[in-house]
Design a protein around this ligand. Structure first.
Ligand code: PEP
Length: 253
């Protein structure tokens, strides 16, 4: 893995995490040593009810806190939704948008995801934009074209590359213990990198972090994180326990 950009290991807690589970965040913070901080960034994305509490707990540990979604507008009659400025106000520094579970469960489209990403960037949050093919699309040989199409449509036209993170997450690899081959991950990440350079220019396009997500575990993290153009990981299940998450983070060391 290239040392530029600095890797990011981000944990997506999904709909898991009560106040009591924040003790895991405390353990992560205690193990995020100054040496480790030099080589990687860490982030935990807990559910909304504990977002502010998590941000307070993480203060001073170097761990960033992110949300798992935001609305594209900043206020108004949108019952149950949460805006990017509320997330920023709660002390978070990032938000995941376009996760495949939201694309599927809430029928979110690329245009909505792009609007959410822009709203996040406009208030100073990093937008972690998720893209990835289904099993049917991969089996049909369409993984690269699907991912490139999603990248084009889900990244806002006015995106600030310094506030952008891309997460390549094959839908079929999420929560299944299945992962693409290293060659397949490399091929997709290289295609994403080439497109980012085309859009943002060589320098800025090279600085955007491209995370791999989908069944990253302590036992496979080292080889995945060593691949070219893999600048970190988006981790679901294995981010819930500090022992697993920190084992993934230290795979970089
Ligand atoms: C995710 O949901 O973003 C994810 C990568 O999940 P898991 O690591 O559990 O496959």
């Amino acid at each position: 893995m290239s040392q530029h950009p600095k890797p990011l290991i981000a944990g997506n807690w999904k709909m898991n995490g009560m106040r009591a589970n924040l003790s895991e965040l405390g353990i992560m913070g205690a193990h995020f040593t100054p040496e480790l901080r030099k080589i990687t960034d860490l982030m935990i994305c807990p559910p909304f009810p504990v977002l502010g509490l998590a941000a307070e707990m993480a203060r001073g540990t170097g761990i960033h806190i992110g949300a798992q979604d935001c609305h594209e507008k900043y206020s108004g009659a949108h019952t149950g939704d949460v805006s990017a400025n509320m997330i920023f106000d709660a002390g978070a520094t990032a938000v995941i948008v376009g996760h495949s579970e939201r694309r599927i469960d809430h029928k979110e489209r690329d245009t909505t995801i792009a609007s959410k990403a822009q709203a996040a960037m406009d208030v100073g949050l990093q937008a972690i934009v998720c893209i990835g093919e289904t099993k049917t699309e991969r089996d049909a040989g369409r993984a690269i074209s699907v991912v490139r199409r999603q990248l084009k449509a889900s990244v806002p036209a006015q995106a600030d590359p310094q506030k952008l993170v891309i997460a390549y997450e094959p839908v079929w690899a999420i929560g299944t213990s299945l992962t693409p081959t290293n060659a397949d991950i490399l091929e997709v990440h290289a295609a994403i990198r080439a497109d980012l350079k085309r859009v943002f220019g060589k320098t800025a396009g090279s600085e955007v972090r491209i995370l791999y997500g989908g069944s990253v575990k302590p036992n496979n993290a080292r080889e995945i994180l060593a691949l070219d153009h893999v600048n970190g990981a988006l981790v679901g299940g294995a981010s819930l326990k500090a022992a697993d998450f920190m084992a993934i983070a230290t795979a970089l060391a």
